[in-house]
Ligand binder design. Structure first.
Ligand SMILES: Cc1ncc(COP(=O)(O)O)c(C=O)c1O
Length: 365
């Protein structure tokens, strides 16, 4: 009880601090595109919020997401309160006690935790090595797959490392999954930041569940809006675990519609500024003896700085930076084995904030 309150207080303090530079959750802090804000204001003025929205989302938003992913119209979109809700529903409904979910370490451990709630065992394969380009490989998956395997989780681009998979790799993962008759959970939360991106659903539509989010690309994290996409058959088998029977916030969905309709106007700027910001961080890290970037450029809105040879620890650096007004994450949030190796820093914030961050970071070494 006490710990949960402490955790909430930690986040409340960061939230309340207007000067805090938010590099700890990969969220997007660029000014919101005007049409997105106007759509929300209009919806509030119309008092749209008196009605419960349709349970699986506004038809227009569902169609726009399918179009955005350029996916076959045989697949269906279910709108949720963020990728998180989708991840919960997928892992709780499709995994049973004794099943195995194959994933990576480092990785997005929220998914692992949800899978374990279903009684599944998570095989978090260690990928923190240049030998395999800090990626999961089809060979690694082949080596561990057995009759108990039920799901392969591909977070692409991967939080925290920012690696992304080539079309050849995605195809190979899908073939393995298809042959073994297991699901592919393809979390594409950071897809829009990637130089290029391949969806597992393009190769294996009948067994893939794609997780979609509005939090990192256009900065709607606080509105809590996401989706999952799969075949109707798969979605029906997940329906028992649907959380929001009465639909997802109408204001958030209206914002999502405006975001997708205007994507060509705001996304290129997000991509350009994040690329510039990453370079600033790289230039700073190059000056720190013993520190390096395992993955550069990152295909996400975050990167990992390896500090294991600097004589400092991830916790010390994260605490020290927080004291100086910069929220970043120690490794332990995204790894079980490599907790002493890195800090994770996101860079989808105005460039001046990244400049201030790098200046302060250099003072620590
Ligand atoms: C891989 C991944 N999936 C999902 C989420 C959460 O997405 P949402 O804000 O849509 O719940 C995150 C947030 O950090 C993430 O890194």
């Amino acid at each position: 009880m006490e710990d949960l309150n402490k955790e909430n207080k930690f986040f409340q303090d960061i939230y309340d601090n207007d000067k805090m530079v938010w590099l700890g959750q990969n969220t997007n802090h660029f000014p919101t595109y005007e049409a997105i804000k106007s759509a929300m204001i209009q919806s509030i003025m119309n008092e749209d919020y008196h009605k419960y929205p349709p349970p699986y989302g506004l038809e227009e938003l569902r169609a726009l997401i399918l179009q955005d992913l350029n996916l076959n119209s045989n697949l269906t979109v279910h709108i949720t309160e963020g990728g998180t809700e989708s991840l919960y529903q997928v892992t709780r409904s499709l995994l049973k006690p004794g099943d195995i979910m194959i994933s990576s370490d480092p990785g997005y451990y929220v998914i692992h935790r949800f899978a374990e709630l279903s009684g599944a065992k998570v095989l978090d394969l260690p990928i923190y090595s240049g030998d395999n380009d800090y990626k999961l490989t089809p060979e690694m998956v082949n080596e561990v797959i057995d009759k108990r395997a039920k799901m392969l989780t591909l977070v692409d681009p991967l939080n925290p490392l920012g690696v992304s998979y080539t079309p050849k790799e995605v195809k190979a993962f899908c073939e393995i999954a298809q042959d073994a008759g297991i699901y592919v959970l393809n979390d594409v939360t950071y897809r829009d930041l990637a130089k290029s991106h391949t969806l597992a659903a393009d190769f294996y539509p009948e067994g893939t569940i794609t997780i979609y989010s509005f939090s990192k690309n256009c900065g709607l994290a606080g509105l809590r809006l996401g989706a999952h996409i799969a075949t109707d058959t798969l979605l029906a088998s997940m329906s028992e675990y649907k959380i929001n029977d009465l639909g997802t916030s109408i204001i958030a969905q209206v914002a999502g519609v405006a975001a997708l309709k205007n994507k060509v106007d705001w996304l290129p700027k997000v991509v350009a500024i994040t690329a510039e910001n990453q370079l600033l961080i790289k230039n700073a890290v190059d000056k720190i003896e013993g520190a390096f970037l395992p993955v550069y450029p990152s295909h996400g809105s975050m990167m990992v700085i390896d500090i294991s040879e600097t004589g400092s620890t991830p916790e010390t650096i994260a605490d020290e930076m927080l004291r100086r007004g910069f929220f970043i994450r120690a490794a332990s949030y995204t790894t079980r084995r490599f907790t002493d190796r890195y800090v994770r820093v996101s860079f989808s914030v105005p460039t001046v904030q990244v400049e201030n961050f790098t200046a302060e970071l250099l003072k620590l070494f």
